[in-house]
Design a protein around this ligand. Sequence first.
Ligand code: ADP
Ligand code: ASP
Ligand code: MG
Length: 406
Amino acid sequence: MARIVQKFGGSSVANLDRIMHVAHLVKREVDAGNEVAVVVSAMAGVTNQLVELVQKVSPFYDLREHDVVVSSGEQITAGLLSLVLQSMGIQARSWLAWQLPVLTDESHSKARIQLIRADLLKEELSNNKVAVLTGFQGITEDKRITTLGRGGSDTSAVALAAVLKADFCDIYTDVDGIYTADPNIVSKARKIDKITFEEMLEFASQGAKVLQTNSVEMAMRHNVRVRVRSSFSDVPGTWVVDESEILDHAPVSGIAHSRDEAKITLVDLIDHPSSFEKIFTPLSEAHINVDMIVKNISTSAGKIDLTFTVSKGDLERTLYVLEQRLTENVFDKINFDPDVAKVSVIGLGMKSHAGIASTMFKTLSEKGIPIYVISTSEVKISVLIAEEYLELAVRALHAAYNLDVH
Ligand code: ADP
Ligand code: ASP
Ligand code: MG
């Protein structure tokens, strides 16, 4: 007998037929004698609709109310799945995050889980009842609803698995594992049987949305065994494992991409250290994460142009915050471009191999793809390009590093 957490993403619970299928996947584990806790996402598309409703009301909205609206999709799925399980003769009930509670910090819309009280839930599991928890949701100490950032149900599931000391956490999705690149873009992508936490962390943080970054961090910290698998087909998935289970690292293990990028350029910024503080402090106070940053020489003396990226969803808020600074004459003009994307070459083995960057630049230049911004770390190289070139770039790089299946 094992204790298992099963997480089902949006496409796995997209309609009643899919929810019925998911109920069978839960029943299979129950029938095998396992204790099962389930974490569900909102039905596919629902969270997007809720976000749009909020954005229509106001561009600089109250994030606490945003979270109240946007967290509601998961409640519908948890109730529906519990009903379907009951109709199959399985004792099941839904749990909203506040009912446990799942306690988070106060960074609304991208909150981090601090603690899960799971005593009630453990009791239910030991009485052979299935617990269906809403993913993505949390609650603060002062009882405001939070959400965990897009894709956050993965993190709810891994956190629950850690607290329950589950034997493993199955993340069911619409692909049958983790690939060397998004299989929906690269038909020649290869499925990886086992990937290390560290590699998966890089993939996730560079946009491979198959697992949310915080979920990988959480799994790594608490040594939760995580498997990514399909709810559409019954084939072996990908295990995310500790580094000790894998001896060799290829210089390049895969290509990740993110469309969730927007580029902002502040023209003619005063070239003084205090200017950076005047820009980035208000952004951080508005909980806006800045990713890539470059400083360029301006044609005006004593001035620079500053380019940086934020996530597309934060663009409106970023512009709102920056426009306040225009009146203080810190810079002259704001240019922005939401039609950009980031492509990253990832590999833990990169540390000890030369020539990875040159292959990247050669490949992009052969395809005529202009690079706007470059950023690097020991284990990845990322470039910002026009979104129209994204798929071409990902496929070309996948081939250039010999990752294609033959
Ligand atoms: P869910 O709704 O189940 O949480 P997501 O859409 O969040 O599913 O994540 C699954 C998607 O992740 C896949 O449909 C795929 O397009 C994308 N993806 C991006 N990179 C990869 C990768 N390297 N391997 C597998 N899937 C990937
Ligand atoms: N429903 C949320 C989202 O669409 C959380 C999740 O699916 O993991 O981002
Ligand atoms: Mg997801």
